[in-house]
Design a protein around this ligand. Structure first.
Ligand code: 13P
Ligand code: SF4
Length: 304
């Protein structure tokens, strides 16, 4: 049952001809009023398909809203809270990529979508956690500059027969860094039959003991198709919210209940309402940068 504020948001959304896109890490109350909830790739695809909405309220972090703008430069894209930034995306400045390109002139540049627009403009192609291997394999180059997540870079390098050079040194997501093998041992002892799903942003020692390494969207799909009953989920806690909603007969255990992306959680229903009413916190990207970055985004969408 929707509450009064949620009903008001749905009314406003209609009046404003708006669409609400939300990442899987948003709280349940926001997921309930969104037109689409998904992983980074799903959100990019959805953003590339927007035709008749005038206003897009993006309940995710800055790089996601920027990507939506890059794909829709003539639409209004708003973040309910402008401070919702992904710290990992800020770890790779465009200058560092330029320096790496000079050092490795034959390498292709593959950037995780978790980067700022200025960095995306330096990439040959983007990737997300659900298509990183496919993207790298689609390239003719055997040497790949890959950033900013060193754990995703490591995951890709173990799947492909190419040289993966991570940039910057130590790029990481503070949420997925919270998981340790001790948490897994504890959860596995309590739930010995559970399937352990972890995100490729987790450290290698965590990936090594997982049953599956998947993006958040990949986890949703895997669980929907599995005949197993219990799952330990090694990613941000609110993925479990969507999993429980879509699979009421299955059991989900967050690997760590403290694994919260506080940046994603800056959005609230009140702020979503404000975004719809006042169209505040418009996200824009300089045209020259957006034009360059669009090539890298579209190239990724073509191979996905
Ligand atoms: P996905 O939802 O694409 O797996 O990404 C996780 C994440 O950390 C996004 O910031
Ligand atoms: Fe960034 Fe990690 Fe939060 Fe995703 S979960 S937005 S990668 S800090």
């Amino acid at each position: 049952m929707l509450n009064e504020l949620q009903k008001e948001i749905i009314r406003l959304k209609k009046d404003k001809n708006a669409i609400i896109l939300a990442h899987n890490y948003q709280t349940g109350d926001i997921q309930e009023i969104a037109d689409f909830v998904g992983d980074s790739l799903g959100l990019c695809i959805k953003a590339s398909e927007i035709t008749d909405s005038d206003l897009v309220v993006f309940c995710g972090v800055d790089f996601m809203a920027e990507t939506a703008y890059i794909l829709n430069p003539y639409k209004k894209i708003v973040l309910p809270d402008r401070e919702a930034e992904c710290p990992m995306a800020h770890m790779l400045p465009a200058d560092e990529i330029k320096r790496a390109k000079k050092k490795y002139p034959d390498a292709a540049v593959v950037l995780y979508v978790n980067t700022l627009a200025e960095a995306k403009a330096e990439a040959d192609i983007l990737c997300t956690s659900s298509n990183a291997v496919t993207v790298v394999e689609s390239l003719s180059e055997d040497q790949i500059l890959f950033g900013p997540d060193m754990n995703l870079a490591g995951y890709v390098s173990r799947q492909v027969n190419k040289e993966i050079i991570p940039i910057p040194e130590g790029g990481h997501c503070y949420v997925h860094k919270m998981f340790h093998t001790g948490d897994i041992a504890f959860a596995k002892e309590k739930y010995p039959d559970a399937v352990l799903l972890v995100h490729p942003e987790c450290d290698q020692e965590v990936q090594d003991v997982a049953d599956e390494i998947l993006s958040t969207g990949g986890m949703m799909q895997y669980v929907a198709q599995s005949d197993k009953q219990t799952f330990i989920i090694g990613t941000e806690v609110d993925l479990v919210t969507g999993l429980r909603r879509d699979n009421p007969d299955k059991i989900f255990i967050p690997l760590l209940s403290e694994a919260i992306c506080t940046n994603m959680k800056l959005h609230t229903l009140e702020k979503v309402k404000n975004a719809l009413l006042n169209e505040e916190h418009l996200v824009t990207v300089d045209k020259e940068i957006a034009d360059k970055a669009r090539n890298a985004v579209e190239r990724m969408l073509e191979v996905s």
